[in-house]
Design a protein. Structure first.
Length: 84
């Protein structure tokens, strides 16, 4: 009987930890701190007016320039999106 109680207690502790992790990962502040999105408002507005997903714009800006508006490549591309 003692073994079953220990297993039940371990199961409940693991279950509580898992629920805590799921709750923590759903928190908006967690994702905003983990993945900052500079120029969000501008990308949402431009994306809406041109029919482009703002997440695509943010992904390209992140990969191409790291959200640095003054970025310049060796090939001559400039700006957030590294446009030539």
């Amino acid at each position: 009987m003692v073994v079953n109680f220990r297993r039940l207690r371990l199961f409940l502790i693991i279950l509580l930890i898992l629920f805590g992790i799921v709750y923590f990962l759903q928190a908006k502040w967690f994702w905003q701190a983990s993945y900052p999105w500079p120029y969000k408002q501008e990308m949402v507005e431009v994306g809406a007016s041109y029919g482009v997903d703002p997440f695509l714009l943010a992904a390209v800006a992140k990969v191409e320039s790291g959200f640095n508006p003054d970025a310049r490549s060796d090939a001559g591309a400039v700006g957030l999106m590294q446009v030539m």
